[in-house]
Write a protein that binds this ligand. Structure first.
Ligand SMILES: [Mn+2]
Length: 422
């Protein structure tokens, strides 16, 4: 059996049993409030590519994966009735009909149904009430989930270490990607998301997924956003490196210090929207210190200058999904919390709760399309375009850690994982 890092913690089995108790309690609550007696959770069906007999990579229903560490089995069901042992029904074409509760009117079915036969006559499919309750509850991780995520962070950190070494040896993006996959022992379809492996200017492309087969004449900088998973639980890690340029390296260090300052603000009761806005204030100072812009922080924010350099959100919930569900949910009723005005891409707007795991991923990039939009506005005079020209060949910087929320602070899964390698 391949090393999937789960053997690094002999306690995982006991933690899983406790985790199941929590998952059951969450479903007991969601079912009662939904006026239902049974939950049927479908793992999903593979989808065929258009005019083709090959399927897309299969991604199991995340609700199914949060019940048990099975990520690759389609056409399977979990049937749960409060007070009873949950049933796992593996796909067996002739034999699974009678195992779904006869009281179909008291069932809710959770999953993506392509074919009515997969619903067994259950009419309440993905009821909003049930899903909101489960999604809200999934924000805080159980001890088992936290341990899976710590291991996923270690797995990812091992990949990052190998990727950095390949970059420093002059490898192409494609070959760096292979070095990463070999180190984490995961195939492309097993990664929690497509790796971003970006050399030089490519670092400014936020979702860069091409992989150049040959190395550039000069490798100046390297931005890697790559994760791993253990039992379906993800890590999501970004690092940026300078090959040799001391000034770019100093800017990376400034962004690293900014990132750690924001992580310092993570604790129970912190409003993630405030952390995002604080990031813009700190970024304004970095822009001024680096001579990329001039002006007071509030002016650089209101003019749109900080948003042009940092156009994405500070972070998101993390778990069995890389962008875990429920990031905007205010409460059980399903009311949502909007992102702050001018920051529509923020995926997490909640007040932080104990044992949530989220990413903190500030960035600073030269994205010409966004900077050019500022021409003719007050921001044009705030920006030092010569320094922008200097930074452009390096692409950009992003530093991303996975952070667990605690009452008086946080646990940094990513920094701990890198430190454990020493
Ligand atoms: Mn992320």
């Amino acid at each position: 059996m391949k090393d999937d890092y789960s053997d690094k913690n002999p306690d995982l089995g006991r933690l899983y049993a406790e985790h199941l108790d929590t998952v059951k309690a969450r479903h007991d609550d969601a079912l009662e409030k939904s006026g239902a007696a049974h939950a049927v959770i479908f793992s999903g069906a593979p989808r065929y590519a258009f005019l083709d007999d090959n399927t897309y990579p299969f991604r199991a229903n995340p609700h199914f994966v949060s019940w048990l560490p099975v990520t690759a089995v389609p056409f399977s069901y979990i049937v749960y009735s409060p007070g009873e042992k949950p049933l796992l029904i593996y796909y067996q074409p002739k034999d699974y009909w009678h195992t779904v509760p006869a009281e179909r009117d008291k069932c809710v079915l959770i999953g993506e149904i392509d074919d009515a036969a997969q619903a067994f006559g259950i009419e309440r499919i993905n009821p909003t009430t049930t899903l909101n309750l489960l999604h809200l509850a999934r924000g805080s991780k159980t001890a088992y989930e936290l341990e899976c995520m710590r291991l996923a962070s270690r797995r990812g950190a091992d990949g990052h270490r190998a990727a950095e070494a390949a970059f420093r040896a002059g490898a192409s993006e494609f070959d760096i990607h292979q070095a990463y996959r070999a180190a984490v022992s995961l195939g492309d379809d097993e990664l929690p998301y497509g790796n971003i492996i970006a050399i030089n200017e490519h670092g400014a492309v936020l979702h860069y997924t091409d992989l150049e087969r040959s190395a550039p004449a000069e490798s100046r900088s390297f931005l890697i956003d790559a994760g791993a998973q253990v039992h379906g639980y993800a890590s999501d890690i970004t690092r940026t490196y300078s090959a040799a340029d001391a000034n770019f390296n100093a800017l990376i260090d400034r962004m690293d210090a900014l990132q750690l300052a924001i992580v310092d603000g993570v604790r129970v009761g912190a409003d993630f929207r405030d952390l995002h806005l604080e990031t813009h204030r700190l970024l304004a100072e970095v822009l001024v210190d680096a001579d990329l812009a001039r002006g007071a922080p509030d002016d650089l924010i209101s003019s749109g200058t900080t948003s042009a350099f940092f156009p994405h959100g500070l972070g998101h919930l993390l778990g069995v999904q890389v962008h875990d569900v429920g990031g905007h949910l205010a409460d059980e009723s399903g009311v949502t919390i909007d992102p702050p005005s001018g920051h529509p891409f923020l995926r997490l707007t909640r007040v932080l709760e104990e044992d949530m795991v989220l990413t903190i991923e500030p960035g600073l990039y030269v994205i010409d399309m966004l900077l050019d939009n500022l021409r003719g506005s007050p921001a044009e005079g705030q920006i030092n375009w010569d320094t922008v020209d200097w930074l452009r060949p390096f692409g950009g910087i992003r530093i991303e850690d996975n952070v667990r929320v605690l009452s008086g602070g946080s646990e940094n899964l990513t920094r701990d994982a890198f430190a454990a390698q020493e």
